[in-house]
Design a protein around this ligand. Structure first.
Ligand code: AMP
Length: 284
């Protein structure tokens, strides 16, 4: 695996390689890699000649500075895992390398419309602008044919799809969305799980259980009682719930009265202790 820290070096290397028409698969991450990330890299490995992973803890997508400061870093282990999975290139830029003019200037606004006003967009103001900014920059540097994302961040997948539409990159980049990998007890794998202490870790799978309960009990008609029960069960276990929502899987518009046919999804975000966890489950 080759490690690049400078974007011009990476871009020059990839430009030279592109002349041989090699398919490139790209997996952007913030590091502290786990099996969920590795499943994306495996998928990329199977379908591309060149596999590129980036590790960059992007300051512009953290609306809570303490979440940024406490974000786990496990670089040595990450490099070992990337070599094991056969990743060809690791891009490991500094903040200055990605934002040479500083994080606050020259901010391009991405018109994400309704998507930015709901769920993660509502509870983490500015988050998706930061995600778009960094993904836009990374895609301009890497210029991949294939971009691998996790369903774990369902709304983020929709935001990035919109980013590709806005920027015209949809003509050259194909998005692939991989299923959420879970621990044995159902907890969605996440870098933030390493911040859970034994007591909160034991309770953390309650989000999965709440979503699973919705999935097993959803019927046509009023979705309110199931949603409220999920919120109450999480609150009873000590979670501070941002949202539990049942929405259509295409646009994420809230579905209060389900016709029994529309493709729907349940999504949740809640704090256990200081750690904010998100998860989702397709219901149909
Ligand atoms: P992150 O490092 O959290 O920014 O995640 C990098 C990529 O890995 C994103 O596309 C995530 O959606 C994806 N990812 C995170 N957790 C999981 C998981 N448990 N299963 C599958 N993909 C995941």
């Amino acid at each position: 695996m080759i490690l690049f820290k400078r974007r011009t070096d990476l871009r020059n290397y990839l430009d030279a390689q592109r002349k041989t028409q090699a398919e490139t698969g790209f997996v952007p991450t913030m590091g502290a890699l786990h099996e969920g990330h590795i499943s994306l890299l495996n998928e990329a490995r199977q379908h591309n000649e060149t596999v590129i992973c980036s590790i960059f803890i992007n300051p512009t997508q953290f609306n809570d500075p303490s979440d940024f400061n406490k974000y786990p870093v496990t670089l040595e282990k990450d490099i070992r895992l990337l070599e094991e999975v056969g990743c060809d290139i690791l891009f490991l830029p500094t903040v200055e390398e990605i934002y040479p003019g500083g994080v606050d200037i020259n901010v391009q606004h991405y018109d994400l419309g309704y998507l930015e006003t709901i769920l993660e967009g509502k509870y983490r103001p500015g988050h998706f602008q930061g995600v778009c900014r960094v993904v836009h920059y990374l895609l301009e540097i890497v210029k991949p044919g294939h971009l691998y994302l996790g369903q774990k961040d369902y709304q983020q997948c929709m935001v990035i799809r919109r980013l590709l539409d806005i920027t015209g990159m949809n003509a050259s980049v194909n998005i692939h969305i991989a299923p959420t990998l879970r621990e044995k007890d159902g907890l969605a794998m996440s870098s933030r799980n390493t911040r859970l202490d034994p007591t909160t870790r034991q309770k953390a799978n309650s989000i999965f259980e709440a979503l699973d309960h919705i999935k097993k009990n959803i019927r046509a008609g009023d979705t309110g009682p199931l949603r409220e029960k999920a919120i109450a069960s999480l609150a009873a276990k000590g979670f501070r719930v941002d949202y539990v929502e049942i929405a259509d899987a295409g646009y994420l518009r809230s579905v209060a009265d389900w016709d029994g046919k529309q493709k729907i999804i349940a999504l949740a975000a809640a704090f256990i202790g200081e750690v904010r966890l998100i998860d989702n489950m397709l219901l149909t």
